[in-house]
Design a protein around this ligand. Structure first.
Ligand SMILES: [Zn+2]
Length: 320
């Protein structure tokens, strides 16, 4: 068994870099295109969903190993809502993990953004569940971009597309509380990121705008993502949470406002540093060669955007 699992891990090593490219990091070597469905099948064999109850009705489902995004589940008298659905091969395990919380149909799926490790399971849920997402999620899924440049993928079938879309925010009144699905207005990790705020439970699913303990964030520049937008959106999120809020990051462990504050400051301060260098006339190559000051060394052990890549995202975002 041990041999089998280590073999799987080795097999997944290359694509894991690429999943980081979508979810959290970048700098994927120009490898041959991998089929996302094949990769996800292997990941699905490994993933175990760990459940943590966060309020009377809201639960965290965290994948181990972290080959997919974190899920939130709201279960109660009105029914079941989930935030994100990982990838199709993982869907049976998601359904089993949700059924352990509460039996019955999953009424709503909210996509935090379009990437395949968050919305990739939509086709396994769309026939029974109403999928809710920012308008740009539907747009990007129709463009079949979810797998990113390093994967090939079959186009999404119509039942996998969000049927409820919005441009700013939408509120679901469900299981005794308001569930605000909020787009903070700026392109950030992607052009359709939302945070999902379970108000009475005081729980937020922050999506990949906040990859906790994962170092420099990933900015999906192909769809107009922006490091500055990410910073500004996280400042807005900080204004609506408090010290008791349980924050589910897109990847990584459950977080607090203090964790989010540290992440925001880290993003903001590196942007300021790079902006100053740029304004002083340095070239991108110079700034990359000099590197960021020691105090900005990445923390945490999740997948990273390597430092030169983060510098590049900031540099390009400053020019937007
Ligand atoms: Zn992502």
């Amino acid at each position: 068994m041990i041999e089998d699992s280590s073999k799987n891990r080795t097999r997944l090593a290359g694509p894991r870099l690429a999943i980081a490219a979508i979810g959290l990091a970048v700098a994927v070597p120009a490898a041959a295109q991998l089929n996302i469905d094949d990769w996800a099948k292997q990941a699905g064999e490994q993933i175990v969903w760990r459940q943590t109850q966060l309020s009377d009705t809201v639960y965290l489902l965290l994948p181990e190993p972290g080959l997919a995004g974190n899920l939130a589940v709201s279960a109660g008298d009105d029914g079941i809502l989930i935030v994100d659905d990982a990838m199709i091969p993982v869907a049976p395990k998601i359904k089993a993990a949700v059924a352990k919380i509460q039996e019955g149909r999953i009424d709503f799926v909210v996509n935090s953004h379009y990437h395949f490790d968050h919305a990739g399971g939509n086709a396994a849920f769309g026939a029974d569940s109403a999928i809710v997402a920012h308008a740009n999620v539907r747009k990007r899924l129709l463009e079949n971009r979810h797998a990113g440049a390093n994967f090939s993928a079959a186009p999404f079938p119509s039942e996998a597309l969000p049927i409820v879309t919005f441009n700013e925010s939408v509120t679901l009144h469900w299981n005794g509380e308001a569930i605000d699905v909020i787009h903070f207005g700026n392109p950030a990790h992607t052009d359709g990121d939302v945070a999902i705020f379970f108000r009475d439970s005081n729980v937020v699913h922050a999506g990949d705008q906040f990859p906790n303990l994962s170092g420099y964030p990933y900015i999906d520049r192909d769809v107009g993502g922006s490091a500055l937008g990410l910073r500004d959106n996280m400042a807005q999120l900080l204004e609506i949470v408090d010290d008791e809020t349980k924050i589910i990051p897109g990847h990584g462990p459950l977080a607090t406002k203090a964790d989010l504050q540290r992440y925001h400051d880290y993003v903001a301060e590196t942007i300021d540093h790079i902006d100053k260098q740029k304004s002083a006339g340095k070239s991108l190559e110079d700034v990359r060669k000099d590197g960021l000051p020691e105090k900005f060394a990445p923390y945490g052990n999740g997948p990273l955007s390597p430092e030169p890549v983060w510098i590049g995202y900031v540099w390009a975002s400053l020019d937007d």
